[in-house]
Design a protein around this ligand. Structure first.
Ligand code: ATP
Ligand code: MG
Length: 347
């Protein structure tokens, strides 16, 4: 049956356009000949903001909403640029998209591929996924400052946790664990953050009764960082809040051979809005324009995108192509286009 993918692409800043070019190459090579891919590029990012003053327009959001999915490279500029102060791109664009399209699941798989060196002395098997909450926690901008700039300043950043938001995320995590190896770990800090932690723990306990085939355990976030380094094989599916998930997935990227390999999805599981797939890394201004950024994370993000749209075989083939590519040559010393060409060619 011929199919069509109506794809929005926000290539973004820095190495964003460089890795997206390779990801699109691989996307075209991966889908069957009777599948049409309609690509519409959107200019949003730090560069676009500096040039036009526009971050994310209502019209832009409306246009993006018409697509089946969004592929994003990386947005952000020089963090010292005063025009970008206050995380205007992160908050206005990235969080803006996540909130507008209700991307309440931030899905971040971690795999140590054969042939890739981990900094861990004994990595063992590294193959887990973090199901991170995407629309609540301390990221919602609920807070404020009192006596700002004075010695008596008070800064509040409220972590928002709703029964609605926690339950829908936890349900997604149980389904994810069930489809994987049936082991779910809740990560929080329930001994100190008793109000939010209590809600998360009670929600996991309640939903667990519907999933007798999923084994559930709990770790404080500090202990989780220890086990991610000493025994990452203990993890299958981790469910956690927005902030803990942000931190744990950078650590996860590091133990699995680097940020250049880590893919992610900002998912609206209900399908009311397009989901958005992006490498975990940022715009990497330090290496932009040199043709040395690793496009693997962007390519694996395309695999997640395809899988989300029901192209499961095609997604699996990209996974295999990446695995073989890394096994054959490792990560060092290859140009961006060399990696993209090799993977596209093998497909
Ligand atoms: P941003 O604010 O845009 O997220 P950042 O400074 O937080 O930027 P990255 O842009 O991810 O983080 O860069 C962190 C480091 O990782 C940099 O040294 C960068 O060169 C390196 N890096 C990031 N992505 C890649 C990649 N795809 N290939 C190789 N190195 C990368
Ligand atoms: Mg970053």
């Amino acid at each position: 049956m011929p199919r069509k993918i109506n794809l929005a692409v926000i290539a973004g800043d820095g190495i964003g356009p460089e890795v997206i070019a390779e990801a699109l190459k691989v996307l075209h090579a991966a889908v069957p000949a009777d599948t049409t891919i309609d690509v519409t590029h959107y200019p949003f990012g730090a560069g676009h903001y500096i040039a036009t003053g526009e971050i994310l327009t209502a019209g832009g959001l409306e246009a993006l909403a018409q697509h089946d999915a969004i592929l994003l490279g990386a947005v952000g500029g020089d963090p010292r640029d005063p025009r970008l102060a206050g995380g205007i791109i992160e908050r206005g664009l990235l969080l803006g998209l996540r909130f507008a399209f209700d991307h309440y699941v931030n899905l971040r798989p971690t795999t140590l591929f054969p042939g890739v060196a981990s900094p861990l002395a004994k990595p063992g098997k590294v193959d887990f996924v973090v199901v991170r909450e995407g629309t609540e926690g301390p990221y919602v901008g609920n807070g404020g400052g009192i006596r700002v700039g004075s010695p008596n300043e008070v800064a509040n950043e409220v972590s928002v946790n709703t029964a609605f938001g926690v339950e829908r995320l936890v349900r997604f995590a149980f389904r994810t664990a069930q489809a994987r190896h049936g082991r779910l770990t809740l990560v929080h800090k329930t001994n100190v953050l008793v109000h939010a932690g209590g809600l998360w723990q009670r929600t996991v306990d309640a939903v667990a009764t519907e999933y007798p085939d999923v084994t559930v355990d709990y770790l404080h976030v500090d202990a989780a960082t220890i086990f991610l380094v000493t025994n990452p094989a203990r993890f299958d599916t981790i469910v956690t809040d927005n902030l803990f998930g942000d931190i744990l997935t950078d650590l996860a990227g590091a133990i699995s051979g680097g940020i250049g390999l880590a893919a992610s999805g900002n998912i609206n599981p209900d399908g009311a809005f397009p989901s958005m797939f992006e490498p975990v890394h940022g715009s990497a201004p330090d290496i932009a324009g040199r043709g040395i950024a690793d496009p693997t994370a962007a390519i694996l993000s395309v695999a997640m995108l395809l899988s989300h749209l029901g192209f499961t075989d095609e997604a699996a083939r990209i996974g295999t192509a990446v695995t073989n590519d890394l096994a054959g040559r490792g990560t060092a010393g290859r140009s961006t286009t060399e990696v993209g060409d090799a993977i596209a060619h093998s497909l």
